[in-house]
Ligand binder design. Structure first.
Ligand code: ATP
Ligand code: MG
Length: 233
């Protein structure tokens, strides 16, 4: 490990660009939380690091792209993974994509998420910063599985979808406004807004998942609860 370049220091983890035996790698170290009981903290941190590694391996085995795991250092809560040469979906969308590009990304997300959920895996932190597109191929790669867990429940999968919908809406407020402006008119064209862009994800998910119906029902339920809370809370 020759070069070590700190990339980012967040609230939960320190991220480093490193060289892992000649391969571009990414190290993620979770730190201790001073406010948490040390024993509890150690256990939670260890669980997140292990879960992150386990999910990554499970996904790759199932043919879903995630960084390759190089090393898991549980004693120091560090995970060493392949560094993806690419951009987060968040940055790609922010940079501006046309409707066809968005549709392709949405379909890729929906297709992969259907597979992930059919394995009874819940991502737990579905934001557009936790998906990347590889440079060149523009293929979707999933990252950040520290909050992932296994569950067969439609509700857990529905919440995963809901969190993602909220994340997409909050990163693209301008497009959301455009939708509201047009909503009053009898617009029948192919107006692509975050709503029907997200529908692209749902459409693909519904087509691909073996268990889509109850999940989508739960997703709509959770979404409705969320709106009521915003409207009346
Ligand atoms: N394997 C990787 N290769 C390249 N970049 C990565 C990789 N993993 C993460 N990143 C970049 O670092 C960012 C943060 O990583 P990650 O999501 O794993 O950690 P985090 O602590 O959850 O941070 P965040 O606060 O963004 O959620 C990602 O959004 C991405 O831009
Ligand atoms: Mg993240």
């Amino acid at each position: 490990m020759a070069t070590v370049v700190p990339v980012k220091q967040g609230a939960e983890a320190r991220l480093l660009d490193i060289d892992f035996g000649g391969r571009p790698a990414f190290a993620k170290q979770r730190f201790k939380k001073a406010y948490r009981h040390p024993v509890l903290d150690e256990r939670l941190t260890a669980r997140r690091v292990t879960q992150e590694a386990r999910t990554m391996l499970r996904l790759r085995r199932a043919g879903i792209d995630a960084p390759a795991l190089f090393l898991l250092d549980t004693a120091n809560s560090i995970i060493y993974v392949e560094r993806i040469e690419g951009d987060t979906v968040r940055d790609v969308l922010r940079g501006g994509v046309d409707d066809a590009q968005f549709e392709a990304i949405a379909r890729a997300i929906g297709a992969d998420l259907a597979k992930i959920h059919d394995m009874d895996l819940i991502h737990g932190d579905l934001t557009t910063s936790n998906m990347m597109l590889r440079h060149g191929t523009r293929k979707l790669v999933w990252i950040d599985f520290g909050l992932s867990y296994t569950s067969t429940l439609a509700e857990d999968k529905g919440v995963d979808l809901y969190v993602l919908e909220r994340a997409i809406q909050s990163t693209h407020p301008n497009q959301a406004k455009a939708m509201v402006r047009h909503a009053g008119r009898a617009w029948r064209g192919t107006l692509l807004t975050p709503w029907n862009k997200f529908d692209g994800i749902i459409r693909q998910y519904t087509a691909d998942s073996k268990n889509a119906q109850p999940v989508i029902r739960k997703f709509e339920e959770v979404r409705l609860r969320g709106r009521k809370r915003t409207a009346f809370g």
